[in-house]
Design a protein around this ligand. Structure first.
Ligand code: TXA
Ligand code: MG
Length: 354
């Protein structure tokens, strides 16, 4: 398949290119598009063939359900049922934005889209290209992250092309509208249980959700710090190996000085064996490492900068051919919870306490 690459700015929201993207969706094809979290791989959520194509293009296990993206509140009851007052409050407070809610599904949503579940995940994105694509196509857009299954989610159009070029109909490059980009996937909240439960941490934190609707629980599996962490995640996608660079990644956790010393020791050890080694540091510590390949994830003072840069750095590790990767850890609070959740998976649960 020949994948069409188009670049869009704010001026292109009503362009012939947008028109073409809408037609692809209407005809059951696949379009990768930017959102405020990561790039999504979109297809018609009500068309079982489109959903099958999405699984095929990503190489994704078909029991891992897709998120249905909508552009207005009127669309919500068309795909979801039993929408509680709390769900309405969360939707009004955090949509459009990086939050996904789980509901009982409407019969019109095929099981192909929901990975065989009777529930459906719904999100209203705030990115203008995503919004216009949904609105102008009139399609409810099923969209997982636009990466090959198992790889880090794409935060740039080039990441999408790396994984899916030749496998989908179109890639919309919206990198120029990136200034609002969060870089981690949406917070998923299960609204079919009471109290609501976070199934995947993200930019919208537990504290923010609780501020709107009171008690919110967290799927205990999110706190797993070991692979055999005994608890099975309730979001099917959270159980898969994910976000992983090809090299072996290890996170070192502890007081900053000890972390730096330990990572320097480990780097020396691996280099002595002739291995290619890289370090994922922060701007506060980057200068302290004796390693040729140090990548700075961002500043500890600005957690958002680390979230925004993380997946790009994980992909860069592959380009650099890093065989061993040592990373600092982040405090497990607020946005740090989401960052650590992704990093621990990327590291395949290799975590050293010092
Ligand atoms: O920010 C995002 O959410 C991005 C952008 C493109 O919107 N999308 C995204 O989709 O991250 P994906 O497919 O990579 O992750 C969807 C997650 C998976 O872990 C999946 O198992 C879970 O949502 N999920 C979807 N439907 C579900 C359901 N009915 N019940 C429980 N978990 C569900
Ligand atoms: Mg994904």
């Amino acid at each position: 398949m020949n994948t069409k690459h188009v670049t869009m700015t704010m001026e292109d929201l009503r362009s012939p290119q947008m028109q073409e993207a809408c037609e692809i969706l209407q005809q059951g094809g696949l379009v990768a598009f930017p959102t405020e979290t990561v790039y999504g791989l979109g297809g018609d959520a009500l068309n079982p063939d489109s959903s099958r194509k999405i699984y095929g293009a990503k190489g994704r296990p078909s029991d891992n359900p897709l998120i249905v993206h909508i552009a207005d509140m009127e669309s919500l009851p068309r795909v979801a049922s039993h929408i509680s007052e709390k769900a309405m409050t969360l939707a009004r407070t955090f949509w459009p934005g990086p939050m996904t809610l789980i509901f009982d599904k409407q019969p019109e949503v095929p099981l192909e889209t929901t990975g065989g579940l009777e529930t459906v995940a719904v999100r209203m994105p705030s990115h203008p290209i995503a919004q216009e694509l949904i609105r102008q196509s009139g399609v409810y857009v099923a969209a997982p992250s636009a990466n090959a299954s198992g790889r880090p989610s794409p935060t740039r159009a080039s990441h999408v092309a790396e994984d899916l070029d030749g496998r989908i109909d179109m890639i919309i490059d919206g990198d120029s509208l990136k200034d609002t980009s969060i870089g981690l996937e949406s917070t998923i909240v299960d609204m079919t249980v009471e109290p609501p439960m976070i199934l995947r941490p993200g930019y919208i934190t537990r504290e923010m959700l609780e501020g709107a609707v009171g008690t919110v629980e967290v799927d205990p599996a999110i706190e797993n710090r070991t692979r055999t962490g005994n608890r099975v995640a309730k979001a099917p996608g959270m159980k898969y190996r994910h976000y992983a660079p090809k090299g072996q990644m290890t996170i070192v956790e502890g007081p900053q000085e000890k972390v730096v010393d330990t990572i320097n020791d480990l780097v020396r050890e691996k280099k002595a064996l002739g291995c290619k080694v890289a370090v994922i540091a922060t701007s506060e510590t980057a200068g302290l490492y004796q390693c040729e390949l140090v990548r700075c994830a961002g500043s500890r003072q600005v957690k958002g900068s680390i979230a925004a840069g993380l997946y790009d750095i994980l992909r860069e590790m592959d380009h650099l051919g890093a065989e061993f990767i040592f990373a600092e850890s982040f405090q497990d609070d607020a946005l740090g919870t989401a960052i650590m959740n992704r990093m621990i998976k990327a590291a395949g649960y290799h975590l050293i306490q010092v």
